[in-house]
Design a protein around this ligand. Structure first.
Ligand code: NA7
Length: 540
């Protein structure tokens, strides 16, 4: 990587940021505005964080998308960019990130193609030292880990992987050059968002597609569409008010949350509402229909049953439809937006294998063999098997804090954090979208922005007060963990095995590590700062 004249010299960094996604890029912008020498490191060959790696066919924003899945802090950035579609695809998101990097002149302090292999806190110098795969050793007073919640790809431990002679891809590590499915017998393992988005596209191109499904999923039509000029103009002209609505809403979207109970309406009234929101597409059917879909089992059942009826009506073969019917509380695994997913099972070249009925026994040289002895010959195997979510990327980095304690030691029994952004025994280390923040159940670019601003203010506070370090006081992590769980326990989320609860990774702690408070979380951040960083130890 070529150094430019203005690039911060590595020997005198104030802040190291790991990750050039939404959080890392904004942190760089804010800290440079403060005059801090900051450098971002990222293993990818471009900016965009997890989006760089998720180029699988059909990859799209599944949150209320353009123009809300973006940086919100700058009207200039908002006005200078036209989102083409309601659910932007991966290329559009990367183009947007490139646009932001150029507009904010970020690239001169972003070092790409660089994997941070280690991070150690030096007690004597009170500085963090990172090592990179480029042979560098770099120190800074602060380290910000913006390493992504869905970036540590999960490759399941299925016997025989190494025997397979065909091509193998993971949706979370998709080759930027693309993959040619034509004439191939393709197998997809996994039917989360990545599987559901890619399966219809692969089915159209491949000779044959076999889907290996462990848990059937609820999917809602994305109804992606081009955004018209009038709408974009209105958005740009009213951005401050729209941003206020986003910040006030539970999920960071400018859409009012439903307030009434689903049980107040008759079945006919409910289904009429569900049908209208189904036709509109998107997450509104779950979050804006009624206020108790995610908290009341009976309310939840009404929507779950509505979506199951849609699957039955869409899939022509009743036996296949039956295998595709989910039975967990809708919304408690990541709700999925789809484009023609269930319709895909009506194609002659698509086969569904329910692993609940017939689990995979092993991967062979030529395909997959299931417990019943069935053989599925494959030329290509696609792992849409998800991530060691929320905590995996931090644990892979495994920084070492005070007394050389490693993160994996500190998190041996639970993911201890304070505010989801700091870790006991790890002074001057901040996370963006760490465990126990709203992260994956909030508008992630907006959440990253608000967290980065809190970090900026915290560092500013320390510097103005002439202080050197900040770290959580003993025991605060317990109270914080209880606060997170108390909110979660008011919902149905903890009742379902999902990557929110750590259930998708064998051996992972069963801890619901998402703060479901939305705006309440950000209020708590402000309160802590206003009380002089209550719960933290600040030292010279
Ligand atoms: P997900 O949502 O974790 O989906 C992974 C899928 O892979 C899911 O269907 C899993 O079944 C399945 N899986 C995982 N391990 C196995 C094994 N060993 N055997 C069979 N099937 C398995 O990841 P995605 O990438 O789809 O989505 C992640 C997020 O990224 C998404 O929400 C978007 O925000 C972007 P399971 O349900 O665990 O039974």
């Amino acid at each position: 990587m070529e150094a430019t004249a203005t690039q911060a010299s590595s020997s005198e960094l104030d802040v190291i940021v790991i990750g050039a996604g939404f959080g890392g890029m904004y942190a760089l912008h804010l800290l440079r505005e403060m005059g801090l020498k900051t450098r971002v490191y990222d293993a990818a060959d471009g900016v965009g964080g997890v989006w760089r790696w998720n180029g699988y066919p059909g990859a799209r924003v599944d949150f209320p998308g353009g123009p809300y899945y973006c940086y919100t802090f700058s009207e200039d950035l908002v006005k200078g960019w036209d989102w083409p579609e309601s659910q932007p695809d991966q290329k559009s998101v990367l183009a947007y990130m490139d646009y932001v990097a150029d507009q904010l002149d970020l690239r001169r302090d972003i070092q790409l193609d660089t994997w941070v292999t280690d991070a150690n806190f030096n007690e004597t110098t009170q500085r963090w030292i990172i090592e990179t795969d480029q042979g560098e050793s770099v120190s800074a007073q602060f380290i910000i880990c913006a390493v992504g919640t869905l970036s540590a790809a999960h490759k399941p431990d299925i016997p025989g992987f190494d025997d397979f002679t065909g091509e193998v891809y993971h949706t979370g590590r998709w080759p930027s050059s693309g993959v040619d499915f034509s004439g191939k017998r393709v197998g997809v393992i996994g039917t989360g968002s990545s599987g559901v988005q890619s399966i219809p596209v692969i089915a159209r191109e491949a000779d044959q597609l076999t889907v290996f499904q462990r848990t059937p999923q609820y999917t809602i039509p994305a109804r992606n569409h081009l955004l018209d000029e009038e709408f974009l103009k209105h958005t740009k002209e009213n951005w401050p008010e729209i941003r206020d609505q986003m910040v006030a809403s539970p999920f960071g979207a400018p859409i009012a949350a439903g307030e009434r109970s689903a049980l107040e309406d008759s079945e006919a009234e409910r289904n009429e509402l569900y049908e209208s929101l189904w036709q509109k597409g998107g997450f509104a059917i779950a979050f804006n229909s009624y206020g108790d879909i995610l908290t009341n089992k009976d309310a939840n059942y009404t929507l779950a049953e509505f979506v199951r009826s849609k699957i039955r009506a869409t899939v022509k073969d009743p036996a296949t439809a039956e295998k595709l019917l989910p039975d967990y509380y809708i919304g408690t695994k990541r709700l999925i937006l789809d484009t023609g997913y269930h319709e895909t099972y009506n194609r002659d070249n698509v086969t569904l294998v329910s692993l609940k009925e017939d689990p995979i026994e092993k991967i062979t040289a030529s395909g997959i063999r299931t417990a019943s002895g069935s053989e599925y010959p494959l030329d290509m195997l696609i792992l849409a098997t998800g991530y060691d979510a929320v905590t995996g990327a931090m644990q892979r980095l495994n920084p070492k804090g005070r007394n050389g304690v490693s993160l994996n030691e500190a998190w041996a029994s639970r993911y201890n954090t304070y505010l989801g952004m700091t870790i006991p025994q790890f002074p001057n280390l901040f996370m963006i979208h760490g465990p126990e923040t709203p992260s994956v159940l909030y508008n992630m670019p907006l959440g990253a922005e608000l967290e980065a601003e809190w970090i900026r203010d915290c560092i500013d506070h320390l510097r103005k007060a002439g202080l050197g370090t900040i770290e959580p006081a003993a025991g605060v992590e317990k109270a914080w963990g209880d606060e997170v769980l108390e909110i979660a326990n008011e919902t149905l989320f903890p009742h379902t095995d999902s990557w929110y609860t750590g259930a998708n990774i064998p051996g992972k702690h069963r801890q619901f590590a998402v703060h479901l408070g939305g705006p309440l979380f950000f209020q708590r951040l402000t309160e802590v700062a206003d009380k002089g960083y209550e719960g933290f130890v600040l030292q010279n």
